[in-house]
Design a protein around this ligand. Structure first.
Ligand SMILES: Cc1cc2nc3c(=O)[nH]c(=O)nc-3n(C[C@H](O)[C@H](O)[C@H](O)COP(=O)(O)OP(=O)(O)OC[C@H]3O[C@@H](n4cnc5c(N)ncnc54)[C@H](O)[C@@H]3O)c2cc1C
Length: 293
């Protein structure tokens, strides 16, 4: 199938993106890497009247540290984020997860912002954003808006970004403590396919080796990446023993809403999510203790 007819404009600044969005109404769509939007258009599941190409907007590309945040501009290629020493040394959980996003070819075009706006329930970048309480910055002709990621990710393939807003950057908090470790696990049918279920965790231990802070989230088992607050509350203050982790993760059944599809039934997805969550927490504990690299 071929895409329905559309107009096309290639812009060179964020101001220009915002002006075109403001002038053209809800049928206009930004195109970044095109890795999701182009197939959707080819299948006529998306029919934008106007494509606004942001690939020449240099101010939408780059990775930096600002205070306690790793800041990734929306148009940064996933491959550049994966190769970045700044990402690896400040938010290694994100670096690890990025290696699971699609294939080399899709990462070479796909952008960090495109993945966040696309909000696939199984996508790794939204999952890490949810795990770490990332903050999204959006811009329109009305000004900038700062959105905590749990208010940004609304449902499957849906965010609270307004039709006239451009996602400009994402801020990922940096956990400064040396006694911090991360874990990421996913199951997919083939390497680099979207995950059936995935989990990410980050933990900081106190001097006694007990859990001082734990963030854990799962993807693929609910409409949007989901923080497991019940598990966090149950495990903070404990020594993160294997049995305690398993018991806490067994309780997430009421929180999740896994869907059946051609790849897996709902019950299997739910079981995988629990196991992935447990493994991610175990790895984060072991990295914090220095027994896992
Ligand atoms: C074969 C294949 C395998 C894949 N596997 C995975 C995987 O395992 N995990 C995974 O997470 N993803 C996977 N993907 C998706 C891939 O990561 C996409 O790159 C990503 O979902 C969309 O990024 P993009 O830059 O290509 O966005 P586009 O396709 O250009 O756009 C996607 C959506 O975001 C909007 N958008 C983009 N940028 C902005 C912006 N700055 N502001 C406002 N709106 C914006 C667009 O209007 C559109 O609605 C896969 C894709 C393919 C083709």
């Amino acid at each position: 199938m071929k895409a329905a007819p559309f107009d096309y404009v290639r812009v060179s600044s964020i101001d220009e993106v915002c002006q075109v969005l403001a002038d053209s109404g809800e049928e206009a769509r930004i195109i970044a890497g095109g890795q999701t939007l182009v197939p959707l258009m080819a299948m006529r599941l998306a029919r934008p009247s106007l494509l606004i190409d942001i690939n020449d907007v240099s101010e939408l590309s780059g990775i930096s540290v600002d205070g306690n945040d790793l800041v990734i501009k929306a148009g940064t290629r996933q491959a550049d984020a994966l190769a970045s020493d700044i990402v690896k040394s400040n938010v290694p959980l994100l670096a690890d997860a990025l290696s699971h996003v699609g294939h080399t070819q899709t990462r070479n075009r796909g952008t960090v912002g495109g993945s966040l706006v696309n909000a696939d329930p199984s996508a790794e970048i939204p999952l890490i954003a949810q795990t770490l309480d990332a903050v999204i910055v959006a811009r329109s002709t009305r000004g900038d808006r700062t959105i905590p990621v749990n208010e940004f990710l609304e449902s499957a393939m849906a965010t609270t970004l307004a039709p006239d807003e451009c996602l400009v950057e994402a801020h990922f908090p940096i956990w400064a403590s040396k006694n911090t470790g991360f874990g990421f696990h996913e199951v997919s049918i083939r390497d680099s396919d979207f995950a059936l279920a995935a989990a990410a965790a980050q933990v900081t231990l106190n001097r006694k080796g007990n859990c001082e802070k734990l963030n854990v989230a799962i993807g693929g088992a609910s409409p949007a990446a989901l923080r497991l607050t019940i598990v966090e509350e149950e495990l903070v203050g404990t020594d993160l023993g294997d049995d305690a982790i398993k018991a806490a993760c067994a309780k997430i059944g009421d929180l999740i809403d896994p869907q059946a599809d051609v790849h897996a039934d709902a019950a299997y997805r739910g079981r995988v999510a629990k196991v992935m969550a447990g493994r991610a927490i175990c790895d984060s504990r072991d990295r914090a203790k220095g027994v896992l690299q």
